[in-house]
Ligand binder design. Structure first.
Ligand SMILES: *Cc1c(COP(=O)(O)O)cnc(C)c1O
Length: 431
């Protein structure tokens, strides 16, 4: 049989660097031929050979309803008939903004943009503009998009390729970026002691999904909040992955249950809020957001920002996931996947630790959950690659890298999960 995936990959490599438009798609870490997707429906997609897969990537998070949800399709089709882009405001942008703010009370205003990278970069500029300071703290293994100043020890795609930073980023551009260990309270306190007065913000993935799945501990999160408040720095939650994915109120609602009164200052969103279309956002208190142009001195703009088709897609998605019972059903499905995988690994005697929240999960071929990037890196990479290909051969598509979280959608059935656990049992037995 001719392998259409291989043919397409060879052809792609002639015209697109590495044959892909985003590095982790290339299967460099795990080896083999990337699957070219022909179409997707519900919890599945089909590759160029017509092979069907249960999809646990869901476009790296956005497809929380599964592919081709009827309400979303209808909204997108209707919007497309009315025009693709105007460069003038629309009512739907207000509706989407209102829908987002309704569920994330730390945000009083929101600006819509087109990608998580753009949102993170803009939030950083706003934090610097609003505080009049330059220095920022980020944490090793957290990815905030590929803006220059944030491209330091950034996990996932970069971790896979062993590029802690990127070529093309001058040292002067990252000289204000302090990189600290995730979940390390002492380092954090030391950094504030030395630089507290010059810090514009601390940026964090509250549940880090770009080093697989690592939660910020409650004491660490609490200390971040206290130190930011004490020193007049902004606490920026990058919820591009976790936003509307781990809970309707996003990861900040999870921490607010554990730390009374907890709120970040700024929030960065993407992925789910676009429902699979290029849409992202950042927001926070009114007084800070008013610093943005045209009301304030911090410049930020976008030709396709608030795009009418993308906002229709995002709005329809958010309205579905706000329906009663949605989160209980999604969470229990994710939990049953994680429990099933843990059971299968235990039976085969494979060291395995896993965690999940809402529709997001992560697992490690390690005896216990790691708390930081260095620990994540000790996970058994050759074993993971065997697991990845074993699952792929059995029609289960998980992220092609050790450093990535996984995603369950509302379209995954208990039968899909049982089939996944069965496939994993077979592969675990060979590890
Ligand atoms: C995906 C992601 C980004 C970047 O979003 P893009 O839309 O890919 O630019 C930023 N931060 C986090 C936490 C992400 O997961």
């Amino acid at each position: 049989m001719t392998d259409r995936n291989q043919q397409l990959f060879d052809r792609a490599a002639q015209v697109i660097p590495g044959g892909v438009n985003s590095p982790v798609r290339a299967f460099r870490a795990v080896g083999g031929t990337p699957r070219f997707v022909q179409r997707a429906q519900g919890a599945y997609f089909w590759d160029a050979n017509g092979q069907k897969y249960i999809d646990y990537i869901g476009s790296w998070g956005p497809m929380i309803l599964g592919h081709g949800h009827p309400a979303v399709l209808e909204a997108v089709q209707k919007a497309a008939l009315d025009g693709f882009s105007f460069g003038a405001p629309t009512e739907r942008e207000i509706e989407l903004a209102e829908e987002i703010l309704k569920h994330v009370p730390s945000m009083e205003m929101v600006r819509l943009v087109s990608s998580g990278t753009e949102a993170g970069m803009s939030a950083l500029r706003l934090a610097r503009g609003a505080t009049g300071r330059s220095k920022i703290i980020k944490f090793e293994g957290c990815y905030h998009g590929h803006a220059d100043a944030l491209l330091v020890k950034a996990g996932s795609g970069l971790a896979t390729f062993g590029n802690p930073t990127s070529a093309g980023v001058p040292p002067e551009v990252v000289q204000h970026t302090l990189v600290l260990e995730y979940n390390n309270v002492e380092q954090l306190e030391e950094a504030f002691k030395l630089h507290g007065k010059e810090l514009a913000c601390v940026m964090i993935e509250p549940i880090a999904g770009n080093m697989n799945f690592v939660r910020a501990s409650v004491p660490f999160m609490k200390r971040c909040r206290e130190l930011c408040t004490e020193h007049g720095a902004l606490f920026v939650f990058d919820e591009v992955m976790t936003g509307f994915r781990v809970a309707l109120g996003s990861a900040q609602s999870v921490y607010a249950q554990l730390i009374p009164g907890f709120q970040p200052d700024l929030t960065v969103l993407g992925k789910v809020i676009g429902g699979g279309m290029p849409l992202a956002a950042f927001g926070g208190p009114r007084e800070i957001m008013r610093q943005l142009a045209p009301t304030g001195p911090v410049y930020q703009a976008g030709t396709l920002s608030g795009n009418p088709v993308a906002t229709a897609c995002g709005l329809a998605t958010l309205r579905e996931i706000a329906k009663p019972g949605f989160w209980d059903a999604l969470s229990s499905k994710t939990q049953s996947l994680v429990d099933g995988l843990k059971g299968a690994a235990a039976k085969a005697g494979v060291p395995f630790a896993a965690d999940c929240q809402g529709g997001m999960f992560g697992f490690f071929l390690l005896p216990e959950l790691p708390q930081n990037y260095a620990k994540v890196m000790t996970s058994d990479s050759p074993k993971f690659n065997k697991l990845f290909h074993g699952l792929l051969d059995r029609g289960v598509y998980i992220a092609p890298a050790l450093y990535e979280a996984g995603f369950v959608s509302a379209a995954h059935s208990e039968a899909d999960i049982a089939a996944t656990v069965q496939a994993a049992s077979e592969v675990f037995a060979t590890l």
